[in-house]
Design a protein around this ligand. Sequence first.
Ligand SMILES: Nc1nc2c(ncn2[C@@H]2O[C@H](COP(=O)(O)OP(=O)(O)OP(=O)(O)O)[C@@H](O)[C@H]2O)c(=O)[nH]1
Ligand SMILES: [Mg+2]
Length: 385
Amino acid sequence: MVRCGCLLLRKYGNFMDNLRLFAKGGAGGMGYPRLGGEGGNGGDVWVVAKKRMSLKKIKDKYPQKRFVAGGGANSRISALKGEKGLDYEISVPVGITVTDERGQIIGELNKEDDRILIAKGGLGGNLLSNFLPSKGQKRIIHLDLKLIADIGLVGFPNAGKSSLLSRVSHAKPEIADYAFTTLKPQLGKIMYEDFKQVSVADLPGLIEGAHMNKGMGHKFLKHIERTKQLLFVVDVSGFQLSSETKFRSAFETVILLTKELELYKEDLMKKPSLLAVNKMDLPDAKDKFSELVNQLRNPKDFSHLFEKDEIPGKTMEFQHIIPISAQTGEGIEELKNCLRLSIDEQSNQDNEKFSKKQLLNLHNSKLSHVDPSLKYARMEITECH
Ligand SMILES: Nc1nc2c(ncn2[C@@H]2O[C@H](COP(=O)(O)OP(=O)(O)OP(=O)(O)O)[C@@H](O)[C@H]2O)c(=O)[nH]1
Ligand SMILES: [Mg+2]
């Protein structure tokens, strides 16, 4: 039996769940003192939730991460009331918390088309301001993607994801012997003896072609993006959607699930992942499990089982592979321990990364006070270590 010891360590990737940007409202337009004309107000900068957006897309499209709205028009004889400057709308993903530089929450975008004003345009010049306009508001904004859970359950239909969630938490998801029982994410929490909680999202089953929107398709895959880690759940005896579709062994389901994630978004492959092999109470399960582990150790030797375009560029490297039975409870404690270990390890690495960054900032700010020639000399020394 492969226990927690079956560790295939991998580096944690950097799934993008936050972005810092600069926003500036447009300046107001000049007033017209002689005729009492008012300049137009500057445009405002908004963030607007859009379904198909991701923080990565924003960063790739606008590497400078600078968003400035249009200026208000000056008042003139032909148009005494100057026109308002153009607003700037930044499309952001749904499920974002918007905070300012001090960490104060400005608002949340929970559904499509929700919008928040992040930088107000300046006022146009008028009588009160002696016809002088004001500048637009400047602001550093943080966008944080709210994760729906620490762990997302990924698997073909009927693998036993909902059964597993009901085993490890107090959640009561629907469980049934047909595909697509779960139609939207269900959340549960694993409680540990030291009161630590790890949230788990039971997600709708995935089928081949999900990246092309088959089955629950994108809806399902979008949820996977919003979990810290993935727990693949596969039926040790394999899966067949219907008599018209191919039977897939447990190994094939792992490979095909990986391929679907890769085709949807390669970044998903960077998330720390674990594998729970379910239904170990079934006859022959132990032999099938050993076969699966062997296949996962040498995936290349089994590439003949797939069409070329079904093979993922990289095989998923699981941190732990745990045989379980959601029905009898076998392996469930082990699984809970492995999940805890993996989540703790990830937060330690995140903390470490954060401290290193802080130290580097501190180091650089100290160096900026010394003679520039010394600065380079010192940098070399630091790099030698
Ligand atoms: N023998 C056995 N059956 C199980 C086990 N876990 C789940 N099942 C059965 O498998 C069937 C599917 O279980 P679900 O938990 O609904 O599966 P799911 O992965 O949530 O399915 P979808 O919501 O359709 O994606 C049900 O009939 C369960 O009773 C197990 O460990 N052993
Ligand atoms: Mg389910």
